[in-house]
Design a protein around this ligand. Sequence first.
Ligand code: FES
Length: 102
Amino acid sequence: MTKFLVGDISDLEDGKLINITAGGKEIVVGNVDGIFFAMDNICSHAGAELHEGTLNGKELKCPWHGAKWDITTGNLIWFPQNLQKLESYKVVIEDNILYVET
Ligand code: FES
């Protein structure tokens, strides 16, 4: 398990998204009501970068074709066809600094 720096928790307000590259993986980190979650940043439909989408509660909407993802699990919530699940990652906070473990 490797830990990657995301940033200060104050830089990621409620409902906001940020992206990092961690060990060759593209990861999106989001703030859902003060709790932080991370999952793959590349939509498994056609490759959009999900940090450019919108976060409404735990629902992250893809900016390209509107697939809705659960940022807390990486599961697909809605799309007309089934899409491959995205991987979710553990977020760790130490001294108000966010890290993602992969
Ligand atoms: S690329 Fe995300 S829904 Fe099409």
